[in-house]
Design a protein around this ligand. Sequence first.
Ligand code: CA
Length: 525
Amino acid sequence: MNTPIRPLAIRMHPDDNVAIIANDGGLPAGTVMPEGPATGLVLRDKVPQGHKVALTDIAAGQDVLRYNVPVGYAREAIAAGRWVHERLLDIPAARELQGLPMATQPAPAWAPLEGHTFEGYVNADGSVGTRNLLAITTTVQCVAGVVKIAVERIERELLPLYPNVDGVVGLEHSYGCGVAIDAPGAEIPIRTLRNISLNPNFGGEVMVVSLGCEKLQPSRLLPPGSFPIHDSRDKEQGPDLVCLQDDEHVGFMSMIDNIVQRAKPHLERLNARKRQTVPASALVVGVQCGGSDAFSGVTANPAVGYMADLIVRSGGTVMFSENTEVRDAVEQLTSRSATQAVAEDVVRELGWYDQYLDRGRVDRTANTTPGNKAGGLSNIAEKAMGSIIKSGSGAIASVLAPGDKLKPDQKGLVFAATPASDFICGTLQLAAGMNVHVFTTGRGTPYGLQACPVVKVATRSDLARRWHDLMDFNAGQIADGEMTIEDAGWALFRMLLETASGKRTWAEHWKLHNALVLFNPAPIT
Ligand code: CA
């Protein structure tokens, strides 16, 4: 016997005049909504899953509010219970980067959230690691194969002797030579690589393998003073370095032996560290979505947004990114900026990115896709809001350029400007100093990072069931009516504290991880 379906509508904000129908296959005309924000409402049209229904009578020309933001203006009067499809909406005008509302929205009056802690590794610079990893920085792709074999040997022979060390990460990448290293934009991949070497999960230990003849010399990647030194070496010296072309290396095994030997003092120091209780304010969380579906902006992203608010209220840091997914709701970012200067930083970063895309003649009008519209996203403003909602409702405290690292006092909600590519965004958030990553997906992706735990959030229960040993959290429970957005946000917040304390994610369990991908806007030569 089939369980009778329970009609479900989800409203994203109490002031919204539309809600989203959650049921598989949508709901037929005549359905009476039994509960929730639309209690008693009778559907006048068949409304497909993921699409909007009018909660009240909406006058012609009136704002259609979702996320408490106009996602369009009613082209005609829309009666309560009607399907609000894209043909009933006039799209908000595409925003230029001039004349934007700058820091106009007052910050929410939040009580600070106290008493939440996790067990982390406190670093000398005050940052806190959630994992205790040895990183081996590489200056150029030429050394990647040698480093891979050295890492395997360190893991096999040395890690059993240093049980407090969680792993060894070879920071492999495709940069370093054959690139226009002095061209405008080249500073981005270089500082990204430098700052990744300083990620809090590496405990301030910096060890470099270089080839010798490459354009990106170790002294350029890590100039004296840009990294901590823990041994007796002169502060003016470069990083602890193994150079494969050095005369001392006779044969391949001598290179491997040298790297393995040089790893020992670093492992010794990392192994001596202990987790200690730190406040939730030490969290530096990067949020991202990939492989999105119609429910990304309904379940997973709003739950992550609620979690983001809890972290900000705890005094922690939340970074949201993905320029191309937020660009069409730029006025939300500038109005939510804490100050005029922060709003100007938003405009500067998105303006730079507009020019970058223009150089490549990227067609921005291809957004939204037919699949987006079929899934209920009427236009790009609505799609962008579904992405931005990951950032919660806090004021934007600061803006970070691609590859830059957060300063120790740079807390709160940060717009870290990055491309939307999952791997490039993740790589840039690592450089910024992320110590936990939250990734939402609807279609499903087995994404992971080696340097940082990635908590993956499914937008639907169907994905969470099929990928039961890949997805860490099922936000589909919101669409199923089993959890509110607030419940899911709290559950995610607690899961993040446990993960930061050492509980492994599914990606870590399977040792799944993607490559670092550097953002290089400069030419390849
Ligand atoms: Ca992405």
